[in-house]
Design a protein around this ligand. Sequence first.
Ligand code: DAH
Length: 356
Amino acid sequence: MKNELKNLRAEILEAIEGVSDLSGLEDLRVKYLGRKGTLPNLLKGLKGLADDARKEAGAFANEVKLSVDEAFSALQIDLEAKSRAEAFAEAHIDITRPGITPDIGHLHLTTQAIEEIKTIFSRLGFVQVRHPEIDWDHYAFGALNFPEDHPARDDWETFFIDDAGKAAEGENGKIVLTPHTSNGQVREMERSELPIRMMNINKTYRRQVSARHLPMFHQFEGLLIDKDVSIADLLGTFDFFVKQFFGPERKTRLRPHHFRFTEPSFELDVSCDVCAGTGMRENGLKCKLCKVGWLELGGAGMVHPNVLRAGGIDPDVYSGFAFGWGVERTMMMKGGINIPDIRVMYQNDMRFLEQF
Ligand code: DAH
């Protein structure tokens, strides 16, 4: 028995030497020390020995067991340390590696233009307000001197809100998606103290989609009401804006026009950037962008007395001017940006947006 134990010990210690990982070690433990393992099996033989021999063999067996256990534990500690070191090496973060740059966006070009327009007019004391984008016919048309059911409403290609197929109506008429920001004029007169200098920038809606028209676009509406306001004030204001926004070399001119809510009414033109206001290119051909040397910015005029009255203001004491221009159009006129299809602005195509 003693010899068998000795041999077994030698075998186990040798087998252990060849183990290089924890699972291999566990396999050996089961093989030699497990319930059905070699050592317990051998020890079953103790029972059949005479008392003395059993005692001696038993004591020796204990010794063997202790030394083998010790060898197992020592190796186990080593292997555990090794596997922790490996796991750490794998999970280790190399702080010297370059990071992943997060995508940083920027404001949409329309928002950029709105910010710039707002800032320029704020230097002249125009305060930014926001009047409704969905409003009563009264504010969008009626109070702006449009006669009841006048076809002029069609000029603005208006969307009317309907309620189960019928136009929704209240005491102020039908409900419209505002086709222009001019609805803010009488609302501002009702809301504010005099004098008024407001800038209403909002989304506007019209029933038209094409390379040059969007069903949703933006306008900025200026309104100034005070005593003794004249066309000269209007011109000075436009000149200031145009030179700040488009550049000091750009010129302005007024062309007579007609709007129901202004008298007199004008269209404001800005000299073309591409041909420097001449209408001709250096190669002797007509300027493709403007053809005539001027680009049309938008409508303006002296506020009609009926509109002042609708806002509760006495036209014999007060006068004012107003203007309403498209943000997208104004932005595109800057530096002669000629976008062949205006719809690209709201298609969220990064290749386009990233250029601004
Ligand atoms: N609301 C007009 C439009 O959308 C533009 C306009 C013209 C606004 C004259 C004004 C104005 O304030 O005075 O076409």
